[in-house]
Every structure is written in structure tokens, then in C-alpha cells.
Design a protein around this ligand. Sequence first.
Ligand SMILES: CC[C@@H](C(=O)O)C(=O)SCCNC(=O)CCNC(=O)[C@H](O)C(C)(C)COP(=O)(O)OP(=O)(O)OC[C@H]1O[C@@H](n2cnc3c(N)ncnc32)[C@H](O)[C@@H]1OP(=O)(O)O
Ligand SMILES: [Co+2]
Length: 134
Amino acid sequence: MIGRLNHVAIAVPDLEAASASYANTLGAKVSAPQPEPDHGVTVVFVELPNTKIELLHPLGADSPIAGFLAKNPAGGIHHVCYEVDDILAARDKLKAEGARVLGDGEPKIGAHGKPVLFLHPKDFFGTLVELEQV
Ligand SMILES: CC[C@@H](C(=O)O)C(=O)SCCNC(=O)CCNC(=O)[C@H](O)C(C)(C)COP(=O)(O)OP(=O)(O)OC[C@H]1O[C@@H](n2cnc3c(N)ncnc32)[C@H](O)[C@@H]1OP(=O)(O)O
Ligand SMILES: [Co+2]
């Protein structure tokens, strides 16, 4: 069901510093910061030859990454995103198998303009999983 690794997301306490580190120290191509108010984050995309890194920073009062950063103040890997062909079919199969789909269970449009869903980290070995329909 899952296909390519679309991105790995890293929650960071200082988006400007993290962006500069990826650009200058690691020599990667980084985007300008992009606010995603529907997701409660500001994101910087790091383009790699075979995948992407999302640098995430909380946006607004109810950011879903605020708790994670409180527990990991230096930052850390927050989620992995796998591509699927049909997100509703994937969701229904996962729910039937007992996996918890987060939020109201309906896909939202993600940072790449495609439908996304999140799966509870406790159901996937301590890793928050995002699915993106491509
Ligand atoms: C940029 C847009 C978009 C894209 O297109 O790519 C994005 O990626 S948006 C990214 C941000 N959005 C989300 O993360 C949405 C889904 N997340 C959530 O709904 C919540 O963050 C959560 C996963 C339900 C966690 O909620 P929270 O309130 O922070 O924590 P809990 O106390 O409920 O956590 C329970 C349990 O799970 C552990 N946990 C929490 N987050 C993670 C994580 N990222 N990775 C691994 N484990 C995580 C947490 O530590 C708790 O464990 P215990 O302490 O053992 O109970
Ligand atoms: Co993501």
C-alpha cells in the first residue's frame, strides 16, 4: 500500500537557525519559511535528490508539535511521510485493521497541495506516520 518516502519531518526550536544549518553547513537547497495555519506549523522544505526534509516550527496557540518540542527542546525527528495512491482506501484499510487515524479522520490538504492523514505513533512503533496521496 505505501510507496515512496515523501519526507522526514524534524521539529526544531529555531527555524532560522535550522534552515541556515541545512543550507550552509550541510549544503542543501532550502525553501523560504511557509506558514501552514491549518496545520499549526511553519515549514521549511529541504530538497534532497531522493526525498525531502520538512523543518517544522509551531505556529499558533494549538500547534500539534508544541508538546513534542516541550518534551524534546533541542528538536527531533517528528514524523515520516509515505506516499499512497488512494488515501481513502488506505485510511479505510488501516481503520479496519485497528490503526488510529488522527483528527476527524478526513484528509486535509498538506504543504505540498495534496491530501494528507496522520496515524497514531503508538500504532507504528513510536513513529508518527503521515500518508500523502500523490
Ligand atoms: C506541513 C504540513 C503537513 C505536511 O503536509 O507535511 C505536516 O506535516 S503538519 C505536521 C504537524 N501535524 C501533526 O503532527 C498532526 C498529527 N499529530 C497529532 O495529532 C498530535 O501531534 C499527536 C501525534 C496526537 C500527539 O499529540 P500530543 O498532544 O503532542 O501528545 P500526546 O500526549 O497525545 O502523545 C501521546 C503519546 O505519543 C507520543 N508522541 C507524540 N508525538 C509523537 C511523535 N511525533 N513521534 C513519536 N511519539 C509521539 C507522546 O510522547 C505520548 O507518548 P507517552 O508519553 O509514552 O504516552
Ligand atoms: Co509532513
